[in-house]
Design a protein around this ligand. Sequence first.
Ligand code: IDC
Length: 472
Amino acid sequence: MKHLRIIASFPLAAALCACASAAGPQAGDAKAAQSEPLNDTTGEPETESVTLSPLHVNGPQLMDNRNQPVVLHGYSTFGINYKPEYVNENTFRFLKEEMGSQVIRLAMYTADNNGYCTGGDQEQLEGLIDKGVQAAVATGQYVIIDWHILSDGNPAQYQDQARAFFQKVTRKYAGNPAVIYELCNEPNGRDVKWPVVKSYAEAVIQEIRANDKNALILVGTPQWDQAETEAGKDLLKDAGNMMYTVHFYAATHKDQQRQDLSTAYDQKLPMFVSEFGFTEASGNGALDEQSGQAWIDLLDQVGISRVAWAISDKDEASSIFKPGTDPDSPSLSDLTEWGQWLRQVYTGKDTDDEKDSQGNADSSGKTADAKSGDSGLEATLKQSNTWNSDGMTFTQFDLTLTNHSDQPVTDWSETLNFTKDVTIDQSWNGDISASGRSVTVKPGQYHATIQAGESVKDIGFIVKSDDVVKQK
Ligand code: IDC
């Protein structure tokens, strides 16, 4: 577990710096630099608490403070007034280190289940928000404070409370680049058209901007966050740094909604998917992986951040944890099918393999080495960035090779398979070549021998393909 933790938190800047002397000029190339959008640090491996880069919007794209595109992956809490126990630093750390999370959304219902405006204990809820913000920051993640309207479909209904709430929290967190404000979860209802939401947003944004000129603000769109094209025709003015939210549940929302997102993207609308699932919109029912994958491919293509519903152990298909999961010590075996799927797409790691190799609790007889490639090394490939340029898709992968045996491994070779034909655009710290859908990695000038127990983490490459590519 310890070494996984280091892999997950090692900033790419450090890897790139480390290989600048080792791998030549490509290490500092602008494209490679795109892959380190998050940490406003260079050099040292990340400690618990990192400074996150302030985020800003440029055209439709979210960017870091070096003007590099940022695509955040993350998880939403279930309503914090339903499941306060999951607002928990240990859970957030697990999500960061094992589940590829870079952003946590704190969903605070306003009306449902003793919400903030319907009898909930406001002080207690504000305390939970603060606990969540601290826990996200302590684990190096962005955090979204979400005013989670739902049964109260019209955000104007509790506009005064919303203004007071956002005034309070922005006073508290002013200037903290980790904190993002989501003004209203999912406006809905027959009369709740975009102008209604827009005028609510204007009122609340005024409060936020009085305290914080730069914070990133997310604004909902009507029809449960699916009327982005309406917003695209009538943008908020002078709101500063902001994006519009789109939500989807893949088993319910399909081609039409994907088409709407593409249309809005063509309008250059800055969008952020602050909630999504693969279930039906009810949060339950079977996962529709086909429709879900089509959504993920689309988000990858256009570089949109996404936050999955939900950090919960409720017995429903959109929960990432099985019932009874201990929020103080979640583990891979607690993941539901949905949790496992998210881990796979956010980190490239297959949870079944890892569960087998964890702590030698291996009933299947498989060893850690059995899952590795050709050489007896454990190979973990992490997709760290993807972007489009000149009509092609570029995807950066970082490779970790671990020798779990008690013997050094020499003259190794690893073959990695992908879903599409790829060519190598750049590579570092290895002899790396592509043929069709596979990439072969051999030792270059470095790492000819990997010692017993050693983990090599600075090998990486960027592949070029005609569409989104994933490891197979
Ligand atoms: C759902 C929960 C469900 C709960 C319901 C009402 O999954 O257990 O009973 O809220 O509190 C949304 C909402 C989100 C919903 C989710 C799934 O933002 O609050 O959570 N969903 O229905 N929009 C579309 C789907």
